[in-house]
Design a protein around this ligand. Sequence first.
Ligand SMILES: Nc1nc2c(ncn2[C@@H]2O[C@H](COP(=O)(O)OP(=O)(O)OP(=O)(O)O)[C@@H](O)[C@H]2O)c(=O)[nH]1
Length: 529
Amino acid sequence: MLFITALFISCLLTLILGIYAWRRREVPTAGTIAVMMGGLSWWTFFYALQILHVRFPELIPTFFGDSLFWFRVMFAGVVLQPAAFLIFVLQYTGYRHRIGARLILLLSFMPFLTLLAIFSDGHGHQLFMGGFEPGAKQAFRGGPAFWLHSLYSYLIMLMGLVLLIRFAFQNRPYRRQALIFISGYMAVVASNLMTIFNLVPQSLERLDLSPFGFLVAGFVMSLNIRREGFLDLMPVARSLVFERMADAVLVTDRQNRLLDRNPAAQQLFGHAGVDIGRGVQLQQVLPELFENGEPAEELTLKKRHNGNQDSWCLDVRRTEIKNGNETVRGYVYGFRDVTDLKQVEESLRQQLSNNEQLRQALKEESIRDPLTGLFNRRWLDEVLELEIPRAIREESELSLCVIDLDHFKRVNDGWGHDMGDRILVSLAQLLQDESRKHDVVARFGGEEFVLVLPGIGADQAREVIERMQDRFRAMSFGPDGPTNLTFSAGLAVIPGHARDRETLFRLADRGLYRAKEEGRDRLVIGGRT
Ligand SMILES: Nc1nc2c(ncn2[C@@H]2O[C@H](COP(=O)(O)OP(=O)(O)OP(=O)(O)O)[C@@H](O)[C@H]2O)c(=O)[nH]1
């Protein structure tokens, strides 16, 4: 009776755990745990029915006249266990991508055959039951199919166990929960092994001990869920993140040999034609990443096949993987595709530079005379505002010369306005040619020009102006243009004639006026001849 009670408690506990896990099935391993727990619950439930049938045949009937009916049904829950266990371990230890249709098919082959053997194994057949008689208080020996299935189960469980133990030692944050899970499952394995190898003491009437193993496993599992967050903090979440990340991630060992890569990396490097198969040396397949020894922070990846212009701009981040004693075990390389960002950045930069050019052009326009291209009066004012105080501060000279074309009205009247414009442009060009780089030549308005000659006194300025006058006089404006044009000029110098802008201009203007008065085509300095 104690045994039956234990069976039902196991059944209930595993059922509750199964339902609990099923309700959290958005965590991928939880679904598998639900199947495992459901299978265990099934196992214990039908085992209990079988025993009750033997003890109380009138209470628990059987079907098809088969006294082992419930026992056979029970095996549906048994054969499920190894495959579910392995799938869980693969999910838990980060090998989710290995679970495909092929593996599922391979794993279900044996359970399917076993179930077939179980149900076709009627009385007299020795294939699975090995002549087992229920209620005969004899040990269950099992036929060849039973042992084959046991071998298959334990091989699979061993594989899972190895993976789990390796994982537990490599992943400190999950070590406790992984070890607790292993210990729970070991209780199932131990009780099952004791049963199938007939190690159960006679006093326990050779009953199947597995349900007690399930009881222990159930308690351990609930402990794991409550204390270790087994269904919340699964490493699976981490591997899911790795797999679903939009950034390409490559994991290498210390020698930069590739150990793992996520689907985003496969897609990106696959597109670029870079071979990122496991074991390849990163320096060999991505030499541009290590151009200066250390990995670059930015990488431009070009499509390897000739003739294609595709390229990606990648932001690279390398993180060291360290173990407990701080030695580097490998690296994680993260590649973020910043191609679009770069394009936006580039077009913004282009736009900024265009704006700057436009601003410069506008500024130029605002300080230039449109006809001659010389500086205008506005710019001249700004220049003088700086240059006059500087000349005084540095005790150097500065000459200001006001130039005005002689009888320009006659030119306009005689040869037309267009010819007048051409002459203004020619004079502007001449003034520019004859002055130094840091002199300022401006059109002051109409046919009047101003020269600012920093660092030059009256004598030197006179030479410059007279040279200009000579050249202008000698200029020809074609067979239909005027000849021997002249200009008059007035000059004043800082600090000799003035120490401020107004006086300087007034004296230069007065000089110009005097030059006109005295017959034009001459230069008057300081308001006097
Ligand atoms: N073609 C042309 N003529 C201009 C321009 N600006 C001013 N003028 C002309 O320059 C002439 C200036 O004439 P005035 O101020 O009388 O002087 P002037 O004929 O040069 O005689 P003086 O200065 O006394 O030698 C006028 O006919 C204006 O129309 C211009 O941009 N283009």
